[in-house]
Design a binder for this molecule. Structure first.
Ligand code: NAD
Ligand SMILES: O=C(O)C(=O)C[C@@H](O)[C@H](O)[C@H](O)COP(=O)(O)O
Ligand code: ZN
Length: 363
């Protein structure tokens, strides 16, 4: 097992780790286990380990994927905690993909103004990103993750054996966030993917665990330095300004990682067109993502809707849009208040209508 420390807690990475959960909820009489139907088996294993350690378990099944990140679902969880007389010494455990861990963290952050939460991510994306770092929340009609709290977990248990049941499409989607970490901080990730994309996607091989560890290390370093996103943490949002707009336009039926994949190509185009990023590194975004079978294009006629949706991005300041861009490999920076002309030009890379502007500078 590998341990990666975040400021006040650790991320444990290994196989068959259900028994690592009980020590993290020590002192709790009751433990609510939140999960969605596709991971019921994994949640049962965690519940069994908790019962074995003497805890009373309150299983709460929530709707799958983005349908779970809804205020009505959070309210139902709070009703169940209330009915069970859940106290401040009790604990919540989220078992599932990023949607479950985001919701579980939010439920725990608000109940009695904060009870312990332990995250047990079962998707690749949950392990390398969603369950680590304390961003919790739900979606609203206005956009993605617009209501939430920074609420760090008491611990994160990444049981790699759960990935054996993860659908391949979701495994690929998680790789978008891994690749993001490669571009913003750890280019060895990109080298590993390019050397053998099939190995990178094999949950029983040795490459995927290394990618998980590297991506978690990037996230751990960043959130340890800036939990509340007052500066450095914004780099983890690389590719997300357009990505979240796509998710909203698709009414959350697109996988988060798929939307972020397209968003990464867009962010790379912004870097290239402002003369900050070389055409080679910008192109590398598309090639790495394509090697992993991830989407890199989106319809041209969607632009007006996407542009409007980007206005509620959390990095925006008033009417000023702000993007994370690269000044080189592993050199993230900020692009503030880009012109509409630049935004449209960059979108042509995504819409497949680019006229091949190469390294041309456009500010
Ligand atoms: N809080 C953060 O910092 C952060 C970071 C990145 C993403 N997110 C959020 O995470 C969500 C995306 O997470 P995701 O990609 O895990 O999607 P998801 O939670 O929707 O899971 C994808 C699908 O895989 C299923 N699944 C998960 N693990 C499984 C397993 N081991 N076996 C079988 N099926 C399994 C889920 O039930 C779901 O159907 C988005 O809501 C995104 O906004 C949050
Ligand atoms: O941890 C972060 O910070 C991130 O930005 C990680 C992202 O991958 C993640 O999707 C996050 O939920 C997006 O946050 P948001 O604040 O833009 O909603
Ligand atoms: Zn993300």
């Amino acid at each position: 097992m590998t341990l990666i420390d975040v400021k006040d807690y650790s991320v444990e990475i290994g196989r068959s780790l259900a028994d690592r959960v009980p020590p993290l909820v020590k002192g709790a009489s009751q433990v609510a286990v939140l999960y969605a139907a596709p991971v019921r088996g994994h949640a049962d294993a965690v519940a069994e380990a908790l019962r074995g350690a003497g805890h009373a378990v309150l299983p709460i099944e929530i709707p799958d994927a983005e349908a779970g990140k809804d205020i009505s679902v959070a309210a139902r969880c709070w009703d169940e905690l209330g009915a069970a007389a859940f106290t401040r010494s009790d604990a919540v455990v989220g078992v599932g993909g990023g949607a479950v861990t985001d919701l579980a963290g939010f439920v725990a952050a608000c109940w009695l103004r904060g009870v312990r939460v332990v995250q047990v991510p079962t998707s690749l994306l949950g392990m390398v990103d969603a369950a680590v770092g304390g961003k919790t929340g739900i979606n609203t009609a206005a956009g993605k993750n617009l209501v939430g709290a920074f609420y760090p977990p008491a611990g994160v248990v990444c049981d790699l054996s759960t990935l054996d049941t993860l659908p391949e499409d979701d495994l690929r989607a998680g790789m978008a966030e891994v690749v993001k970490c490669g571009f913003i901080a750890d280019p060895a990730i990109l080298d590993l993917v390019e050397a053998d994309p099939a190995a990178a996607l094999d949950p029983r091989g040795t490459v995927l665990p290394e990618l998980v560890e590297r991506a978690v290390a990037v996230k751990a370093r960043v959130v340890s330095a800036d939990l509340r996103e007052s500066g450095l943490r914004e780099i983890l949002n690389y590719g997300h300004t357009l990505g979240h707009a796509i998710e909203r336009r698709e009414q959350y039926r697109w996988k988060h990682g798929h939307a972020i994949s397209v968003g990464l190509v867009y962010a790379a185009a912004l870097g290239r067109l402002t003369g900050r990023l070389s055409p080679e590194v910008a192109d590398r975004h598309r090639t790495v993502l394509e090697l992993l079978g991830l989407p890199v294009t989106y319809p041209a006629d969607a632009w007006p809707e996407l542009h409007a949706a980007m206005r509620v991005d959390k990095k925006a300041r008033g009417a000023l849009l702000r993007f994370v861009v690269l000044d080189g490999l592993a050199e993230p920076g900020t692009l503030e208040g880009p012109s509409d002309e630049l935004l449209v030009e960059a979108y042509q890379d995504v819409a497949g209508t680019s006229t091949g502007s190469g390294g041309r500078s456009l500010r």
